[in-house]
Design a protein around this ligand. Structure first.
Ligand SMILES: Nc1ncnc2c1ncn2[C@@H]1O[C@H](COP(=O)(O)OP(=O)(O)OP(=O)(O)O)[C@@H](O)[C@H]1O
Length: 310
């Protein structure tokens, strides 16, 4: 799969603060890449660096296979972004803003302003000035502005921060539509993993300016999967009973240990079914991690590593 965006050993040293520390990141064509990190982890600094809004102290950024430097700044035309708050003018309406930015960016495609507004569902706002928009509407307008140029890559810094659950779901649907219908590759940051989980196809976890872990959604699901762990002295009887009970997904992991991956089974119902079938169950427990626990586990691992290296 083509690599659209790559950061290699990117470091950003502010006078008092190491904001990015030898950070690596790879975004492939078609990804929705979820960049997850706590407040102050370095997400905004990274996105600004990727967009050449600030210069890294060291390291390289490659966009569409070419190094991003002054000579290749034209490549940034293929990138749309929302960094911090969207840049719309409060005294103008949504359409006036869109037309202004079309002029400013030299976009002459007929109906580009109207089409982008329609895409995000903001056509009915008429004479309402942007300063009177809800946060959800402002974020949608920010997205409409970011996609005006029909970018191949979209970088979004915490765009769902502060939105209510319905506005978050709405925004998520828009991003999925962009990704599926227009094949836009998206990098989106958040400090709330739950918000990105249903959207992203790939994840990067950042902490203290370092990339702690990059993994695909499938790898992530496998690592955090919930399962029921069963111990028995009679494995053939256990597998027979599970098959009879139409439990489709289970895995024998040791001679006396088996894992059941089936979200619909409660541990007590399963235990009762096994006991009724005469299976000698010597232990049964719910295992696996929720998303935030997984995130905390990654962070505590890095903190330990940092302490060991100190
Ligand atoms: N211009 C700057 N000068 C000095 N330090 C800075 C500057 N910008 C960011 N920092 C510091 O760099 C670190 C990373 O900040 P950054 O804003 O990138 O984090 P973040 O993950 O986006 O956080 P948040 O979720 O709170 O927006 C922080 O410690 C911050 O204080």
């Amino acid at each position: 799969m083509d690599v659209v965006l790559e950061a290699r050993n990117v470091t950003k040293q502010y006078p008092q603060q190491l904001a990015l520390d030898n950070l690596n990141l790879t975004v492939h064509q078609g990804d929705i890449y979820g960049l997850v990190g706590r407040n102050g982890a370095g997400k905004t600094t990274l996105l600004k660096t990727l967009l050449q809004l600030i210069a890294p102290t060291a390291g390289t950024v490659t966009l569409f296979g070419e190094p991003v430097d002054q000579a290749h700044i034209a490549m940034l035309r293929r990138v749309g972004s929302i960094i911090e708050t969207p840049s719309a003018f409060g005294e103008l309406t949504a359409l006036e803003n869109m037309r202004y930015f079309c002029l400013a960016q030299g976009i002459v495609t007929p109906h580009a302003a109207e089409d982008s507004l329609q895409f995000v569902g903001l056509t009915g706002t008429g004479k309402k000035k942007v300063k009177n928009f809800s946060l959800g509407m402002k974020q949608k307008l920010g997205l409409a502005l970011a996609i005006l140029k029909k970018p191949d890559l979209l970088l979004l810094d915490e765009p769902i921060n502060g939105l209510d659950p319905i506005a978050i779901a709405d925004f998520r649907q828009l991003l999925l539509k962009l990704n599926r219908e227009q094949n836009t590759t998206i990098l989106i940051s958040s400090h709330i993993l739950d918000e990105l989980f249903h959207l992203a196809t790939r994840f990067g976890f950042i902490d203290q300016g370092r990339m702690v872990r990059e993994l695909t959604k499938d790898e992530f699901v496998a690592e955090t999967a919930q399962y029921i762990r069963i111990e028995t002295s009679d494995m053939p009887a256990l597998t027979r009973a599970l098959t009879n009970a139409q439990v489709a997904h289970f895995k024998v992991v040791a001679s006396k240990e088996l894992h059941v991956f089936d979200e619909k089974r409660s541990i007590s119902a399963l235990n009762q079914a096994l006991v009724s079938a005469g299976v000698p169950v010597t232990g049964i427990s719910q295992e696996g991690q929720n998303l935030e626990d997984y995130f905390k586990m990654l962070l505590s691992d890095t903190h330990q590593e940092v302490r060991q290296n100190a």
